[in-house]
Design a protein around this ligand. Structure first.
Ligand code: NAG
Ligand code: NAG
Ligand code: NAG
Ligand code: NAG
Ligand code: NAG
Length: 502
């Protein structure tokens, strides 16, 4: 019912479009070729918003001083699209949790200067400056929690960095007004005939024969790498260890929110602390969806509280975040997500958000409690290599690690079970032996706190650190909150659309 409502919503708003293109599952079988980097796939880098080489450079080109991107509290993931003729360069946030592409956020009404500058640096698109643009009169409002985008649809060509392939006449939105958005979004969830009434970006790639199947692989890359990759129609076997486990996508009708998304069934969650004594959390068999547009991983409150307690956090702060000791980010534990056939180990460093401030880092668990949605956001996805395969209605999942580049194309008859990662399994063992107190109530906390760090706790900043600390902490948290909203917004789009029709 909800699916119908949502589809109806799309049809009503996107007047004049037809949902004629249904996902094709009976494409002619192609002989299995030797792995090669060739015709039917397209690969581009995924840049972390904190990547100074990419975004720092853009500030300079635009005559704006290089801002402290390190001060941006969280990371989002961007792909570059060259839109129109001549090409106009735009960076868009890669989002597996939404379905449409749009550009041109309004940067003028953003609260923080750093958000404004980042917003200006992602680029914009002017259809009047493109020979191949065709502006339609169709508009739509995408609601993102506290933010939103009013878009008008246009069709134009989209080309890619380092690739001869280009898409012709792709339908997407350019914003006429936005609120609390600091970049456009490339929604790569289910499109035509499912969630939207026209061929979205992923649909067009297959329809225009750029890819042989409706599948793409995604590696966000680690915090240290600052860059990952997305490959439409292909995968890179040098980005994971072990075999890809094929997890069926939970059909919309059986999914928790009734919407066709990248929902899969998770077996359980566990923690492997530095001591190595694995702890399994109870009641953790549930459907989860993979959302690259969400900064944080959202879990049911009871579970989130249990994990947070194991990180020494006794509850959420005023902003709904679990403050943790930054020393944990340097310890060799993992948070584990077990699926049939594969367990993704997320190192503490990737699970903990480290927010630099003028006086030292503030650290938060990359998990937030949520009773409405269970989703695996960037804090989990950075440690996974995932093939999002709409053709086979499956997610093929493995442990992310990086040992070079070995691209291969994906065809309708590709046997994913037979594909093995070229990398050795990463080791999460401690580099040096650190004594772990066996009788401590909080075995994960180091015996000695690092000195010279103003470490916030769930109870507030440490006493005696003065008002400077509090002010800086507040400002850091405010920035975080804005970004957090963006993530939650992406998934709220659907909620709002559904609510409006229910
Ligand atoms: C981060 O922001 C603070 C407060 O606005 C500023 O004092 C500091 O210099 C910035 N950090 C960097 C690395 O620029
Ligand atoms: C623009 O779109 C309209 C309506 O679909 C179509 O009639 C027209 O031929 C298109 N123009 C170009 C230049 O593609
Ligand atoms: C894509 O390939 C199929 C099969 O080879 C062919 O029938 C179709 O015309 C091609 N479409 C385009 C847009 O080139
Ligand atoms: C298991 O988790 C669900 C979802 O958070 C919750 O509704 C339920 O009460 C939990 N059951 C137990 C036995 O804890
Ligand atoms: C896929 O590969 C696996 C492992 O090599 C093999 O056991 C299986 O038979 C293959 N499936 C098909 C349909 O070829």
């Amino acid at each position: 019912m909800t699916v119908l409502s949502f589809f109806l919503a799309s049809s009503i708003v996107a007047l004049g479009t037809q949902a004629q293109h249904v996902i094709s599952r009976d494409a002619a079988p192609t002989p299995m070729p030797m792995p090669s980097h060739g015709d039917k796939c397209i690969r581009f880098p995924v840049f972390h918003s904190t990547n100074k080489q990419v975004f720092g450079d853009m500030w300079e080109k635009r005559g704006i001083e290089t801002i402290a991107l390190a001060n941006r509290s969280d990371v989002a993931y961007y792909a570059r699209l060259d839109i129109g003729n001549p090409p106009q360069q735009n960076y868009v946030q890669l989002d597996t949790g939404s379905f449409e592409l749009w550009v041109n956020p309004d940067c003028t009404n953003l609260v923080t200067t750093s958000d404004q500058r980042f917003c200006q640096a992602v680029g914009s698109y002017d259809p009047k400056k493109s020979k191949s643009s065709n502006v339609t009169q169709t508009t739509k409002t995408l609601r993102y929690g506290i933010g939103e985008a009013n878009i008008q649809y246009v069709t134009d060509d989209i080309a890619f960095q380092n690739s001869g392939n280009a898409l012709k006449n792709v339908r997407f939105g350019f914003a006429t007004a936005t609120k609390d958005e600091f970049s456009g979004i490339l929604g790569i969830g289910h499109g035509s005939g499912v969630n939207v009434g026209y061929k979205n970006f992923v649909d067009e790639l297959q329809a225009q024969n750029v890819t042989a199947t409706k599948a793409f692989s995604l590696a966000l890359g680690s915090k240290d790498e600052q860059e990952g990759m997305v490959m439409f129609g292909g995968l890179d076997t040098a980005k994971f260890a072990g075999n890809l486990a094929t997890l069926p996508i939970v059909p919309a009708a059986k999914s928790p929110d009734g919407v066709a998304r990248y929902w899969v069934d998770m077996n359980y969650m566990s923690l492997t602390p530095p001591s190595g004594n694995m702890k399994k959390y109870s009641n953790t068999t549930m459907a989860v969806f993979l959302d690259s547009g969400a900064t944080l991983t959202l879990l049911p409150t009871t579970l989130a509280n249990s994990i947070a307690a194991d990180f020494g956090a006794q509850g959420v702060d005023a902003n709904g975040f679990y403050a943790v000791d930054c020393a944990l980010a340097r310890m060799p534990g993992t948070v584990d997500f077990a699926f049939p056939g594969v367990t993704i180990h997320v190192p503490y460093k990737e699970m903990i958000r480290e927010i630099p401030t003028a006086f030292g880092a503030l650290c938060y668990l990359g998990i937030s409690p949520n009773e409405d949605f269970v989703l695996l956001g960037d804090t989990m996805l950075r440690s996974a290599y995932a093939v999002f395969d709409q053709t086979n209605n499956a997610i093929h999942l493995a442990q992310y690690t990086n040992c070079g580049t070995e691209d291969m194309e994906i065809f309708p008859d590709t046997n994913f079970t037979a594909i093995e990662g070229k990398c050795n399994a990463p080791s999460f063992k401690p580099a040096a032996t650190t004594a772990t107190p066996s009788t401590s109530e909080r075995p994960l906390l180091p015996t000695t706190m690092p000195t010279g760090t103003n470490r916030p706790t769930a109870a507030g900043p440490p006493s005696g650190s003065g008002s400077v600390t509090s002010a800086a902490a507040t400002s850091a948290v405010r920035t975080t909150f804005g970004l957090c909203w963006l993530s939650i917004c992406v998934l709220s789009t659907t909620v709002f659309s559904l609510a409006a029709l229910s």
